[in-house]
Design a protein around this ligand. Structure first.
Ligand code: 4NP
Length: 197
């Protein structure tokens, strides 16, 4: 995954240098890189990746923000997203194209923000990230939802829908969408400041 990310980053930098239409941002700046992480990388994080890709495209920021996803477990490596996650996303007009990959020790250095779906994912990511300064890139995705409250029924997590029914996938989609809208606003206002990056 790391090599793929770095290659894509290199390609984007190359294309960016030659894209004269993009005059609004600093021309030699690198894209902001986001990685969504859950356990299996077949339900929640691919949904987050697809939703964020769609929001970024709507905002016309495809050259400025890159998204990726991974799992802390490797059982499903190479598989497409779960059919129930694909069905829910399709119903909402979003395509899930990712193939499952595994988040490995040191991968955090390839991203600006690493977004965990639940508390266990976050703790596992911290274990996979020995460097204290890189650990600061790891957040719970839902911490970016402006409507998240102290008495949240899911304790600030996106609950694992894998062993449940279809309705769990609709809930997961709603939670992720609200958080991704807040996340895009955060990236836009604090990370994509003209002249900064
Ligand atoms: P995800 O859901 O972490 O949202 O992709 C899961 C998918 C598979 C498994 C667990 C959670 N599993 O144990 O195989």
């Amino acid at each position: 995954m790391e090599v793929r990310v770095l290659l894509r980053r290199h390609l984007c930098m190359h294309l960016w240098a030659h894209d004269s239409r993009e005059t609004e941002w600093v021309s030699d700046s690198e894209p902001i890189r986001l990685c969504f992480v859950c356990l299996g990388n077949i339900c929640r994080s691919p949904t987050a990746e697809g939703i964020m890709e769609s929001l970024i495209a709507e905002a016309g920021l495809q050259t400025r923000i890159e998204v990726d996803s991974a799992g802390t477990g490797s059982w499903h490596r190479g598989e497409p997203a779960d059919a129930r996650a694909i069905a829910e996303a399709t119903r909402r007009g979003v395509e899930l194209r990712s193939r499952a990959s595994t988040f490995r020790t040191g991968d955090a250095h390839a991203y600006d923000l690493v977004l965990a779906m639940d508390h266990t994912n976050r703790f596992d990511l911290i274990d996979l990230t020995p460097e204290p300064e890189l650990r600061e890139r790891i957040f719970l995705l839902r911490s970016f939802d402006p409507a998240l409250s102290a008495d949240d029924p899911h304790d600030g997590s996106v609950p694992d829908p894998w062993s449940g029914g279809d309705e769990g996938f609709a809930t997961v989609y709603d939670l992720i969408e609200a958080a991704c809208i807040g996340l895009l606003e955060h990236v836009r206002t604090t990370m994509l400041i003209e002249g900064h990056r």
